[in-house]
Design a protein around this ligand. Structure first.
Ligand code: GCB
Length: 597
């Protein structure tokens, strides 16, 4: 089904991946006339804009920053002479896009956080320059993920009204590749692991579009071949296997080849990590060993580039997380660029990989309503079947793309939807069923629940393998001088979950306070650095009381941009780091705690 979605583009003797990153032509299309006026054959007027990047913060005017509607990117690209298959791979087109090559539509894709792949073999001119254009669109609605609406101002300007708490950054946020492949090729592979005393069994499955022989071999770090097998489906036995461990990763190289007699037809190689994942009773086990999750909810977010991918930023974020003694993060609230997972594999970080199912509550102040436990209906509306269709296909694309990363130990299938109606239960039962059916490693499936998903009311908690709770006791609930009440309310909820007999582990995937890096106050006040530290300490006391609490992912790793409003001061300031990735005082509190936890 998916040709190359799980295969990060590489170059070897059979494959050539050429980056198309750089300056592209760009223009807005507020009246959506581009297609009628044949813009796919060439934009009438355009400016230069960098790819990858979100477009919003590159401009200096309000109109461009808040633009909502269609917009176009184009560039010319040279296609070398090539006998086989030719594809384009966009890391993402946010939130949706139509791709044209030489004026011919080659694909369209819904969802802004997963790759867009196009087979362009039949419409490119080989050995010549070709024309590539993308009509993208960043409108939000209730049929697509994430959910939101478009608001039309009295002067006719249309702006995004997200039902979520992050800026609606859009554009070509990730790298774009031209990929030359052999006609008969490796299209997908998956692996699963069983540990057997000191040895490991690697069950693999390779998908190709031909019948020639498939050979699979595994190499250790020193380059020694440690196991080999033939066939599209098989098992590799690794004696005295080096396991991929949390913050102590060991990666093997898996080499897949298609051969005709002794002749190589296609080859692909990837790094894999041997590890098992299991939820058992109240514990999360990696290789049978208990792990307590320490880390953050994050965002792909930075000054100027918005949600555009940036390698130095990735490196800095990992260095900060390592310095903090963290071992885990959640890709809140959408699947990140593939490089994030590749680096986590290398560094031994655990990832809760989240699909862009956020905003499933009809409210632009979702985060406040959610934090306070206010009910907002959602799953009763007629647009839900279409939303579900999108949800299922994005879960499928995410799991297909990310299934082979050892760092990905769980998938999160939602963030803070309405979960108290039978409509919600029926909806999510289908999403979980699909996810479990697709994942070859049968990883734990979860979702992040807001305050209204209380033990007595929530109709969805029974669907998850471990529960992720987003709780703001001491911030949205009983903050500042009321914090002792917050602690009592927190204990009360935990006791109610205990009484409910939820048997799995609970992980806190959000807790935190907005904190201005400029504010200090003794005694503390809300928004000061001192308060963020005190709040964390109070939360830790609660976490340490219950043995079913198996993780703490602070909201958020760094300050990030949001829609403007009276609740946000130039963005969400719950970062433990500033948006520039410098520590607030709370970073030292967490670093100390996590050193010994
Ligand atoms: C939440 C949301 C998150 C918000 C956060 C907040 O519950 O999941 O997207 O940013 O609260 O800071 O209010």
């Amino acid at each position: 089904m998916y040709d190359q979605l799980s295969l990060y583009p590489i170059t070897n003797s059979k494959r050539l991946s050429l980056s198309l990153d750089g300056m592209w032509n760009f223009c807005f299309d507020p009246a959506s006339i581009g297609e009628k006026e044949n813009w796919m054959s060439g934009l009438h007027s355009s400016i230069s804009l960098p790819v990858p990047s979100s477009f919003q913060d590159l401009f200096t005017d309000q109109y461009s920053k808040n633009y909502c509607g269609d917009f176009w990117y184009e560039r010319d690209f040279f296609v070398p002479e090539h006998d086989g298959n030719i594809q384009l791979r966009f890391g993402s087109i946010t939130h949706r896009g139509v791709v044209y090559v030489n004026g011919v539509k080659v694909t369209e894709h819904e969802g802004g956080f997963l790759p867009v792949l196009c087979d362009i073999t039949s419409c490119v001119r080989k050995g010549e320059v070709n024309h590539l254009s993308v009509k993208a669109n960043n409108e939000l609605n209730e049929r697509s993920l994430p959910c939101g609406a478009v608001k039309t101002l009295k002067n006719g300007t249309r702006i995004a009204a997200p039902y979520f708490d992050f800026f609606n950054y859009a554009g070509l946020n990730r790298s774009v590749y031209l990929v030359l492949l052999p006609e008969e090729r490796i299209q997908d592979y998956s692996v699963n692991y069983t540990l057997n005393d000191q040895d490991a069994l690697v069950d693999y499955e390779v998908r190709t579009n031909g019948e020639h022989e498939v050979k699979v071999s595994l190499f250790d770090k020193e380059g020694n071949c440690v196991a080999q097998s033939n066939g599209k489906k098989g098992q590799l036995k690794v004696e005295k296997a080096h396991l991929w461990k949390v913050r102590n990763a060991y990666l093997y190289t898996l080499k897949i080849a298609i051969e005709d007699g002794g002749k190589l037809i296609d080859a692909y190689e990837d790094k894999i990590g041997i590890r098992t994942v299991k939820v058992e009773g109240k514990r999360i086990l990696i290789n049978g060993e208990e792990v307590y999750l320490k880390g953050f909810g994050k965002h792909e977010d930075f000054d100027i580039i918005g949600r555009g991918f940036n390698l130095p930023l990735l490196k800095r974020d990992y260095e900060c997380m390592k310095w903090m003694n963290a071992n885990c993060f959640r890709t809140s609230h959408y699947p990140y660029a593939e490089e994030w997972y590749r680096f986590a594999d290398e560094e031994g970080f655990l990832i809760i990989d989240e699909v862009a199912a956020v905003g499933m509550m009809r409210s632009t102040h979702n985060f406040v309503d959610a934090g306070m436990g206010k009910y907002t209906s959602f799953f009763e509306t007629p647009t839900v079947p279409e939303l579900l269709k999108n949800h299922l296909s994005q879960v499928e694309e995410m799991i297909t793309r990310d299934k082979n990363h050892p760092s990905v130990f769980a998938f999160s299938l939602f963030n803070e939807p309405e979960t108290t109606s039978s409509f919600a239960h029926d909806y999510f039962a289908k999403v979980f069923e699909k996810a479990r059916e697709i994942d070859p490693q049968h990883r734990p499936m979860t979702g992040a629940f807001e305050k209204n998903s209380a033990p007595e009311k929530c109709q969805c908690y029974m669907l998850v393998d471990f529960m992720c709770l987003n709780r703001y006791y001491g911030w949205y609930i009983s903050g500042g001088p009321d914090i002792s009440d917050a602690v009592e309310k927190f204990h009360d909820e935990m006791k109610r979950w205990e009484a409910k007999g939820f048997n799995g582990p609970i992980v806190f995937t959000e807790f935190g306070t907005d904190t201005l890096a400029t504010e200090h106050k003794l005694p503390s006040v809300m928004w000061s650095q001192e308060y963020q530290c005190e709040y964390l300490e109070e939360n830790f006391k609660v976490f340490d009381t219950y043995d079913f609490i198996q993780g703490e992912l602070v909201w958020n790793f760094a300050d990030f941009q949001t829609t403007e409003g009276i609740f946000r001061v130039n963005g969400n300031k719950k970062g433990v780091f500033t948006r520039e990735r410098q520590p607030k005082d709370s970073a030292f509190v967490l670093k100390r705690r996590w050193e010994n936890k």
